[in-house]
Design a protein around this ligand. Structure first.
Ligand SMILES: NC(=O)c1ccc[n+]([C@@H]2O[C@H](COP(=O)([O-])OP(=O)(O)OC[C@H]3O[C@@H](n4cnc5c(N)ncnc54)[C@H](OP(=O)(O)O)[C@@H]3O)[C@@H](O)[C@H]2O)c1
Length: 255
């Protein structure tokens, strides 16, 4: 288990005010990392920080809007001030969805999805990687993509395109950062019930989709913990530029 131990490491998780991100933070804290919780809803982050600290972990909340360069810069300055060191692990998890036929989607919705899901990942990875290279430290960046990056689905054009871009950006980042000892990988989850999709997953169409998943169910949050730890820790020390699919077999479902 030593391979997965994160004692002495600091891990930043964007979008940790709820859903998958909050659970990623809990998993990393349990593995021994000090976690930096980032998102726009500071009160949710502070509540999670208290929960993690009560369970014996170390956590620190910082407000960050990944769509705003000045907010990302201010958060990284605050992290550096508070902790005196860069984050060893960065989980780029913030994301939003706007469903519509691509022919009906507004400019505003398209931009909001791209700004958060793609530009936000680039912006946070850039700040995090620069902080690590300036300090001469290795690190691990984990981008949260989606199986929608790999197989098409209707009415999620902006979301799917943003995640496909994140998937490929992961390979380019991995290539550029390998020389600094910084690994960059992606997780591509299938469907896990959170605020981003609960209405859809609970609908009749959502249930039909569940029946097409080879494992016939959606994922449990904890089922992403192992793959996350693999990428975050020494257990994944020779992995970079890869994408791990965690989807109950959804992308290999029969045509
Ligand atoms: N659930 C799934 O089935 C699934 C599948 C594949 C991939 N994913 C991906 O997993 C990630 C987490 O999604 P989720 O399912 O956990 O959804 P969620 O519960 O809606 O969480 C989304 C998180 O993103 C944060 N966020 C949104 N806009 C932000 C911004 N401008 N700046 C900073 N943070 C922002 C939100 O925090 P604030 O509102 O407090 O800022 C929230 O914590 C997303 O990237 C999503 O695309 C989810």
């Amino acid at each position: 288990m030593e391979l997965f131990d994160l004692t002495g490491k600091t891990a930043l998780v964007t979008g940790s005010s709820g859903g998958l991100g909050a659970n990623f933070a809990r998993v990393l804290a349990k593995a021994g990392a000090r976690v930096v919780l980032a998102a726009r809803r500071l009160e949710k982050l502070e509540a999670l920080a208290s929960e993690i600290e009560s369970a014996g972990g170390k956590a620190f909340a910082v407000q960050m809007d990944v769509t705003k360069p000045e907010s990302v810069d201010a958060s990284f300055a605050k992290i550096q001030n508070e902790l005196g060191a860069p984050c060893d692990i960065i989980v780029n998890n913030s994301g939003i969805a706007r469903d519509n036929w691509f022919t009906k989607m507004s400019e505003e919705d398209w931009r909001a999805v791209m700004d958060t899901n793609l530009d936000g990942v680039w912006r946070v990875a850039k700040a995090g990687a620069n902080a690590l290279t300036e300090a001469g430290k290795p690190g691990s960046i984990i981008n949260i993509a989606s199986i929608t990056a790999l197989r098409p689905s209707q009415t999620i054009a902006a979301y799917a395109a943003s995640k496909a871009a994140v998937d490929h950006l992961t390979r380019v980042m991995g290539l550029e950062l390998a020389r600094y000892g910084i690994r960059v990988n992606a997780l591509a989850p299938g469907y896990f019930k959170t605020d981003i999709n609960d209405e859809f997953l609970e609908s009749e169409i959502g249930d039909k989709m569940r029946k097409r998943v080879p494992m016939r169910r959606f994922g449990d949050y904890d089922e992403l913990g192992g793959p996350l730890l693999l990428l975050a820790s020494e257990a994944g020390s020779y992995m970079t530029g890869s994408t791990i699919v965690v989807d109950g077999g959804h992308v290999v479902s029969a045509l």
